[in-house]
Design a protein around this ligand. Structure first.
Ligand code: ATP
Ligand code: MG
Length: 410
């Protein structure tokens, strides 16, 4: 144990020195010139720790003039006195100075550990930030992967209406040629000397050109073509909504059922040949969320449901509200999930699908999206009968101060 330092200065009463020595905190007694007159055992121990063998004067020497000034004027100072990145030394000074003599009692607290904890906390915050960025990238790449998977389907989906709009346009071109030919005949007759003389010829041309059929078919062709264009526009719009992930970082009230329908529109090509779809929607209030991310969850659940159905089956989409939460469920009559797989469903890279078919990220990403929204995903399943994935979300997000930690996986 270090011995207290005591000079034979008459400046300090024995009582004061005795009281200072008894304290567990490092205490220094200085005169107005900052000369050290007394240091208690704790101060000597601190000095030994900071600079072995240098004595308690070393503590005084560590503090810059301007910082002394501050400590004397305000009674308090805190700062880093040794900016060593490995072991920074951070001290807190509590200072009492006699206004008459300028003598000063100084309590020195080593707060390096507090500083260290602060540093660790900041490091942790940086790590959390890095993780959030990584998660965002993962989300993006998963989205890219699912979009890649869907590209063929979407191309087909767009190709189909484009195909019949194109063929309708050729037919419309033929029809317009016929109509213009007939118009020419009318025109010629109208300006001939005897307009009525050409009447039978015109009627014959009308029959030959199949004008009655054309007039009947024309509205259908136009309606079909308009619908085709609208369908393409809708798919392009839905894809645009999808690619918006991560950009609209602010949660906003959104119509979840509309999101589910747009997502369904995108995957429909994958589903339509083997799936009978049932919708049991109960209208929902607007839900505060990042709509594009929730759509990605729907996409993953719909794709999983479709992939679980081998030949033919049914997917039921349902919704409901319970108190201040809403739920959306996707039920399939697919292969079901064995009990031993249940605990791993949300693990990243857990997949039972062949290489190239599944990455095992769909549910992991969905879980983190829903957790970010303070919701949960509930799963029930029976092997050979099918599965239900139910997404439960709060209608309003908790405010920052009363936000609960991320829900645990169950
Ligand atoms: N509706 C479902 N029916 C049966 N099994 C399912 C269903 N949904 C998920 N699973 C099981 O959970 C696993 C993980 O699903 P997840 O969506 O995370 O990955 P994936 O579908 O295999 O691949 P990815 O979604 O990345 O293309 C699946 O491989 C499958 O075994
Ligand atoms: Mg999946």
């Amino acid at each position: 144990m270090s011995q207290p330092l005591v000079t034979d200065s008459p400046l300090w009463s024995r009582d004061a020195l005795w009281a200072g020595s008894a304290l567990a905190f490092p205490v220094l007694f200085l005169d107005k010139t900052r000369a050290l007159h007394h240091a208690n055992a704790a101060a000597c121990a601190l000095a030994e720790k900071v600079q072995p063998g240098a004595g308690p004067q070393a503590l005084v020497g560590l503090i810059a003039d301007s910082d002394w000034q501050h400590a004397f004027e305000t009674g308090y100072w805190k700062g880093v006195v040794r900016p060593d990145p490995e072991h920074p030394l951070m001290l807190e000074l509590h200072c009492g100075q006699s206004p008459d003599s300028g003598h000063c009692i100084l309590v020195v607290v080593d707060i390096s550990e507090r500083g260290e904890r602060q540093r660790q906390y900041e490091e942790l915050q940086r790590t959390v930030q890095r993780l959030a960025t990584t998660q965002e990238q993962l989300l993006r790449s998963e989205k890219m992967a699912s979009i890649g998977q869907l590209a063929a389907g979407v191309a087909h989906e767009i190709n189909n209406p484009i195909g019949y709009v194109g063929s309708n346009l050729s037919t419309l071109q033929e029809y317009s040629t016929a109509l213009l030919t007939l118009l020419d005949r009318y025109h010629a007759a109208l300006f001939s000397e005897d307009p009525l003389a050409g009447r039978s010829e015109i009627l014959q041309a009308r029959r030959q050109l199949d004008i009655d059929y054309i007039l009947g078919d024309l509205p259908n062709l136009l309606r079909e073509s308009r619908e085709g264009i609208e369908r393409v526009t809708k798919i392009v719009q839905d894809l645009k909504d999808f690619s918006r992930i991560g950009r609209d970082q602010k949660m906003q009230p959104a119509d979840l059922l509309q999101g589910l329908d747009s997502t369904l529109n995108i995957v429909w090509n994958d589903l339509k040949y083997k799936v009978r779809l049932e919708k049991h929607y109960t209208p929902l209030p607007l839900v505060e969320c990042l709509a594009s991310e929730i759509n990605q969850v729907f996409l993953n659940l719909l794709l999983n449901a479709s992939q679980a159905i081998e030949q033919r089956g049914t997917i039921v989409l349902a919704s409901g509200q319970e108190g201040d939460e809403v739920w959306i469920s996707v039920t399939d009559t697919g292969c079901g999930i064995p009990p031993e797989a249940m605990p791993h469903l949300f693990d990243p890279f857990f997949t039972t699908k062949p290489i190239g078919r599944g990455t095992g990220l769909g549910l992991a990403i969905s879980y983190s999206i829903i957790a970010k929204h303070h919701g949960r995903i509930e799963v029930t399943s029976k092997v050979g009968q099918g599965s239900t994935f139910r997404v439960v979300l709060p209608i309003r997000q908790p405010r920052q101060e009363d936000a609960s930690p991320l829900p645990s996986q169950s």
